[in-house]
Design a protein around this ligand. Structure first.
Ligand code: URA
Length: 209
Protein backbone atom coordinates (compact mmCIF):
# COMPACT_ATOMS: atom_id res chain seq x y z
CA UNK A 1 0.00 0.00 0.00
CA UNK A 2 1.51 3.44 -0.92
CA UNK A 3 2.54 5.60 2.03
CA UNK A 4 0.01 8.32 2.92
CA UNK A 5 1.11 11.74 1.67
CA UNK A 6 1.77 14.22 4.47
CA UNK A 7 -0.67 17.15 4.44
CA UNK A 8 0.61 20.72 4.05
CA UNK A 9 -0.36 21.33 7.67
CA UNK A 10 1.76 18.39 8.81
CA UNK A 11 4.72 19.41 6.65
CA UNK A 12 4.83 22.95 7.98
CA UNK A 13 3.54 22.29 11.47
CA UNK A 14 5.64 23.59 14.34
CA UNK A 15 5.54 20.78 16.91
CA UNK A 16 5.35 23.37 19.71
CA UNK A 17 2.27 25.05 18.28
CA UNK A 18 -1.22 23.62 18.65
CA UNK A 19 -3.08 26.29 16.65
CA UNK A 20 -4.94 23.86 14.38
CA UNK A 21 -6.44 21.98 17.31
CA UNK A 22 -9.74 22.88 18.95
CA UNK A 23 -10.50 21.48 22.38
CA UNK A 24 -13.54 19.24 22.40
CA UNK A 25 -14.45 20.04 26.03
CA UNK A 26 -18.24 19.70 26.39
CA UNK A 27 -18.69 22.41 29.03
CA UNK A 28 -16.90 25.52 30.24
CA UNK A 29 -16.08 23.74 33.52
CA UNK A 30 -14.37 20.87 31.67
CA UNK A 31 -12.52 23.35 29.45
CA UNK A 32 -11.42 25.33 32.52
CA UNK A 33 -9.92 22.17 34.03
CA UNK A 34 -8.18 21.38 30.73
CA UNK A 35 -6.71 24.90 30.64
CA UNK A 36 -5.61 24.63 34.29
CA UNK A 37 -3.42 21.65 33.39
CA UNK A 38 -2.01 23.13 30.18
CA UNK A 39 1.78 23.12 29.77
CA UNK A 40 2.02 24.00 26.06
CA UNK A 41 3.99 27.21 26.78
CA UNK A 42 6.94 26.19 28.98
CA UNK A 43 7.73 29.65 30.35
CA UNK A 44 4.13 30.66 31.08
CA UNK A 45 3.26 27.33 32.71
CA UNK A 46 6.38 27.50 34.89
CA UNK A 47 5.87 31.10 36.01
CA UNK A 48 2.08 31.37 36.46
CA UNK A 49 0.44 31.31 39.89
CA UNK A 50 -2.65 29.91 38.22
CA UNK A 51 -4.46 30.02 34.89
CA UNK A 52 -7.08 32.75 34.44
CA UNK A 53 -10.01 31.35 32.48
CA UNK A 54 -13.07 33.62 32.28
CA UNK A 55 -15.82 35.08 34.41
CA UNK A 56 -19.44 36.13 34.10
CA UNK A 57 -22.60 34.79 32.50
CA UNK A 58 -21.79 31.57 30.59
CA UNK A 59 -24.75 32.38 28.30
CA UNK A 60 -23.93 36.07 27.85
CA UNK A 61 -24.91 37.92 24.68
CA UNK A 62 -21.74 39.98 25.00
CA UNK A 63 -18.13 38.98 25.70
CA UNK A 64 -15.35 41.43 26.54
CA UNK A 65 -12.00 40.07 25.46
CA UNK A 66 -8.61 41.33 26.64
CA UNK A 67 -5.06 40.30 26.00
CA UNK A 68 -3.69 38.31 28.93
CA UNK A 69 -3.80 38.28 32.73
CA UNK A 70 -1.62 40.79 34.58
CA UNK A 71 -0.14 40.45 38.05
CA UNK A 72 -3.47 40.99 39.89
CA UNK A 73 -5.32 38.55 37.67
CA UNK A 74 -2.56 35.93 38.06
CA UNK A 75 -2.85 36.30 41.84
CA UNK A 76 -6.66 36.25 42.03
CA UNK A 77 -7.49 33.92 39.11
CA UNK A 78 -10.04 36.28 37.54
CA UNK A 79 -9.71 38.45 34.41
CA UNK A 80 -9.70 42.25 34.67
CA UNK A 81 -9.54 42.75 38.44
CA UNK A 82 -6.63 45.24 38.59
CA UNK A 83 -6.70 48.96 37.75
CA UNK A 84 -7.56 48.36 34.10
CA UNK A 85 -10.24 45.94 35.26
CA UNK A 86 -11.79 48.58 37.51
CA UNK A 87 -12.05 50.88 34.51
CA UNK A 88 -13.59 48.05 32.47
CA UNK A 89 -16.16 47.55 35.23
CA UNK A 90 -17.04 51.27 34.99
CA UNK A 91 -17.35 51.01 31.19
CA UNK A 92 -19.69 48.01 31.58
CA UNK A 93 -21.75 49.91 34.17
CA UNK A 94 -21.95 52.94 31.88
CA UNK A 95 -23.55 50.57 29.37
CA UNK A 96 -26.24 49.85 32.03
CA UNK A 97 -24.84 46.34 32.51
CA UNK A 98 -22.93 44.57 35.28
CA UNK A 99 -19.95 42.22 35.12
CA UNK A 100 -22.44 39.39 35.82
CA UNK A 101 -24.42 40.24 32.65
CA UNK A 102 -21.43 39.75 30.35
CA UNK A 103 -18.60 37.23 29.97
CA UNK A 104 -15.01 38.43 30.33
CA UNK A 105 -12.03 36.52 28.96
CA UNK A 106 -8.56 36.95 27.54
CA UNK A 107 -6.68 35.67 24.50
CA UNK A 108 -4.07 34.09 26.80
CA UNK A 109 -4.98 32.22 29.96
CA UNK A 110 -1.56 32.67 31.59
CA UNK A 111 0.29 35.81 32.59
CA UNK A 112 3.24 36.67 30.33
CA UNK A 113 6.12 37.53 32.70
CA UNK A 114 6.57 41.28 33.13
CA UNK A 115 3.28 41.81 31.26
CA UNK A 116 5.05 41.55 27.92
CA UNK A 117 2.90 41.01 24.82
CA UNK A 118 2.01 37.39 24.05
CA UNK A 119 4.33 35.80 21.49
CA UNK A 120 2.75 34.43 18.27
CA UNK A 121 3.51 30.90 19.52
CA UNK A 122 1.76 31.56 22.85
CA UNK A 123 -1.31 33.02 21.11
CA UNK A 124 -1.41 30.07 18.72
CA UNK A 125 -1.10 27.57 21.58
CA UNK A 126 -3.98 29.19 23.47
CA UNK A 127 -6.22 29.56 20.41
CA UNK A 128 -7.72 26.09 20.75
CA UNK A 129 -9.03 27.07 24.20
CA UNK A 130 -10.20 30.53 23.13
CA UNK A 131 -12.07 29.08 20.16
CA UNK A 132 -13.82 26.43 22.26
CA UNK A 133 -14.58 28.93 25.05
CA UNK A 134 -16.29 31.22 22.53
CA UNK A 135 -18.14 28.26 20.97
CA UNK A 136 -19.47 27.29 24.40
CA UNK A 137 -20.52 30.80 25.46
CA UNK A 138 -21.82 31.43 21.93
CA UNK A 139 -22.24 35.22 22.31
CA UNK A 140 -23.90 37.47 19.73
CA UNK A 141 -21.27 40.18 20.26
CA UNK A 142 -17.59 40.31 21.19
CA UNK A 143 -15.89 43.53 22.24
CA UNK A 144 -12.14 43.28 21.71
CA UNK A 145 -10.17 45.43 24.14
CA UNK A 146 -6.99 46.65 22.50
CA UNK A 147 -4.91 45.72 19.49
CA UNK A 148 -3.62 42.37 20.74
CA UNK A 149 -7.13 40.98 21.30
CA UNK A 150 -8.52 42.47 18.10
CA UNK A 151 -5.65 41.43 15.86
CA UNK A 152 -5.62 37.96 17.34
CA UNK A 153 -9.34 37.31 16.94
CA UNK A 154 -9.70 38.91 13.53
CA UNK A 155 -6.33 37.61 12.26
CA UNK A 156 -5.27 41.00 10.98
CA UNK A 157 -2.39 43.41 11.47
CA UNK A 158 -4.59 46.52 11.17
CA UNK A 159 -4.17 49.01 14.01
CA UNK A 160 -6.82 49.41 16.70
CA UNK A 161 -7.38 52.95 15.45
CA UNK A 162 -8.46 51.54 12.09
CA UNK A 163 -10.35 48.53 13.48
CA UNK A 164 -12.54 50.51 15.88
CA UNK A 165 -15.75 52.26 14.82
CA UNK A 166 -17.20 49.44 12.71
CA UNK A 167 -18.58 45.92 13.11
CA UNK A 168 -16.43 42.93 12.10
CA UNK A 169 -17.34 39.25 11.97
CA UNK A 170 -15.77 36.24 13.71
CA UNK A 171 -17.44 32.91 12.96
CA UNK A 172 -20.86 34.54 12.70
CA UNK A 173 -20.37 36.70 15.82
CA UNK A 174 -20.44 40.53 15.60
CA UNK A 175 -17.14 42.00 16.77
CA UNK A 176 -16.42 45.57 17.79
CA UNK A 177 -12.98 46.77 18.81
CA UNK A 178 -12.01 49.55 21.14
CA UNK A 179 -9.03 50.75 23.14
CA UNK A 180 -7.72 48.65 26.02
CA UNK A 181 -8.65 50.10 29.45
CA UNK A 182 -4.93 50.18 30.38
CA UNK A 183 -4.35 52.44 27.34
CA UNK A 184 -7.27 54.63 28.44
CA UNK A 185 -5.66 55.02 31.88
CA UNK A 186 -2.51 56.33 30.19
CA UNK A 187 -4.40 58.34 27.53
CA UNK A 188 -7.63 59.67 29.08
CA UNK A 189 -8.39 61.71 25.95
CA UNK A 190 -9.14 58.40 24.13
CA UNK A 191 -12.04 57.70 26.52
CA UNK A 192 -14.39 59.65 24.26
CA UNK A 193 -13.64 57.32 21.33
CA UNK A 194 -14.14 54.30 23.58
CA UNK A 195 -17.51 55.67 24.67
CA UNK A 196 -18.48 56.20 21.01
CA UNK A 197 -17.59 52.53 20.40
CA UNK A 198 -19.71 51.45 23.37
CA UNK A 199 -22.67 53.54 22.19
CA UNK A 200 -22.41 51.90 18.75
CA UNK A 201 -22.22 48.45 20.38
CA UNK A 202 -25.22 49.10 22.66
CA UNK A 203 -27.25 50.42 19.71
CA UNK A 204 -26.49 47.23 17.72
CA UNK A 205 -27.48 45.16 20.78
CA UNK A 206 -30.71 47.11 21.21
CA UNK A 207 -29.71 48.33 24.68
CA UNK A 208 -31.03 51.84 25.40
CA UNK A 209 -28.61 54.09 27.21
N1 URA B 1 -5.38 43.26 30.86
C1 URA B 1 -5.92 42.30 30.08
O1 URA B 1 -5.83 42.35 28.86
N2 URA B 1 -6.57 41.33 30.69
C2 URA B 1 -6.71 41.24 32.02
O2 URA B 1 -7.34 40.29 32.49
C3 URA B 1 -6.15 42.27 32.80
C4 URA B 1 -5.49 43.27 32.20
Amino acid sequence: MPARKASTTELFADPDVASEKVSSAATLEVLQQEVAGCTLCDELAAKRTQTVFGVGDPNARLCFMGEAPGADEDRLGEPFVGRAGQLLTKIIQACKLTRDDVYILNVLKCRPPGNRNPTPTESANCKQYLRRQLELVDPEFICCLGAVAAQNLLETTETIGRLRGRVHQYRGINVVCTYHPAYLLRNPSAKKDCWDDMKMLMAKMGVEL
